[in-house]
Design a protein around this ligand. Structure first.
Ligand SMILES: NC(=O)c1ccc[n+]([C@@H]2O[C@H](COP(=O)([O-])OP(=O)(O)OC[C@H]3O[C@@H](n4cnc5c(N)ncnc54)[C@H](O)[C@@H]3O)[C@@H](O)[C@H]2O)c1
Length: 307
């Protein structure tokens, strides 16, 4: 029987299915113990991970029989893909399986932030009755700028259209025909950040996207937009977001992903109730439903792979 190592959380029923065909070790906290992982990985034919397990060259060099990497999600920046390709190790992401969850996160954050819900809530629960101190706005008619028009960008677009928002996107790699299909405009990065009321990031992390949004980029944003990052932390610097907010260059932000996770004190100590923001622990793609979809998808792919 082939041996499967699961180093991060996975849906229990999917593991049950897996146990019928494979010898499975499940330890959802193993990603934290790099030394142990390096010691035992040589025994396994399959490893199933999320985004916390760093499948770098050091760890991959300790493998012996590894044939299949199952990624319970889509970002592959924690895996040395070059090394896997060279060693003919198949890397399987759960493409599209958590995109509905992320798209809902983006739309719910957009609504929450454009309506200043947290600030109204905080004022009301302090007895201030801030009915006229702040403005609430609508998504209707606003421009949502999507950086990246892949699986998640497309889902966000569809939901945003239901609120009668206009969608523009910067993605030089997609076919121009999608403009008609999705009723959107593909525009340059510079133009997108200038005209958007909401900017949501849906890019992979790579050398082109790392630090794409820098501190001086915020002064080019003419509409004081809301910024949403549910892709990867290194694409923007989270401390710069607070600086931009305090300089009144943006009107709010939602961030789910950080340079270092768990996020560090020097960031969250700066967040107080006067800031129109949402800060979450990398959960945009993780819902009960997506955990089942993602886990079942990888189990099916794995069974097919060894058939
Ligand atoms: N927070 C979470 O829980 C969570 C969950 C799922 C995915 N994610 C992140 O979201 C990202 C996007 O996911 P997806 O499924 O939509 O990926 P995808 O690969 O389907 O889409 C990415 C899009 O980005 C475009 N792109 C690539 N490089 C670009 C560049 N330099 N400039 C402009 N566009 C570029 C591609 O052409 C593609 O259309 C993932 O890479 C992952 O890191 C986060």
């Amino acid at each position: 029987m082939k041996k499967v190592l699961i180093t991060e959380f996975m849906n229990q029923n999917s593991i049950k299915v897996l146990r019928k065909k494979f010898n499975v070790i499940y330890d959802k906290n193993l990603w934290k113990n790099k030394k142990k992982l390096e010691k035992i990985i040589f025994k396994y034919d399959v490893i199933i991970i999320r985004n916390k397990t760093q499948l770098n060259e050091t760890l991959l060099k300790k493998t012996n029989n590894l044939k299949f990497v199952g990624r319970l999600g889509v970002g592959l920046d924690n895996i040395n893909l070059k090394y896997c390709k060279k060693q003919k190790i198949h890397v399987q992401p759960a493409t599209g399986m958590n995109s509905d969850s992320v798209a809902e996160y983006v739309i719910s954050s957009s609504l929450h932030l454009i309506k200043n819900i947290s600030l109204f809530h905080n004022g009301t629960t302090k007895g201030l009755w801030p009915r006229t101190m702040l403005n609430s706005r609508e998504l209707n008619g606003k421009i949502i700028g999507l950086l990246g028009f892949g699986t998640i960008g497309k889902k966000v677009c569809k939901l945003a259209k239901n609120f009668r928002a206009k969608v523009v996107s910067f993605d030089p790699y997609v076919n121009k025909s999608i403009q008609k299909k999705f009723n959107i405009k593909l525009i340059s990065f510079k133009k997108l950040i200038k005209i958007s009321d909401i900017i949501s990031i849906h890019l992979p992390l790579n050398k082109n996207t790392k630090n794409l949004i820098k501190l001086n980029t915020y002064s080019l944003m003419k509409k004081k937009p809301i910024i949403i990052n549910s892709s990867r932390g290194h694409i923007l610097n989270e401390n710069d977001l607070i600086k931009a907010y305090k300089k009144n260059l943006i009107s709010g932000f939602a961030i789910d992903v950080f340079k270092k996770e768990p996020v560090e004190k020097d960031f969250y100590n700066k967040i107080d109730k006067s800031i129109n923001c949402i800060v979450t622990p990398h959960i945009a793609g993780v819902t009960e439903e997506s955990n089942v979809r993602v886990s079942d998808f990888i189990v099916n792919k794995l069974i097919k792979f060894f058939k």
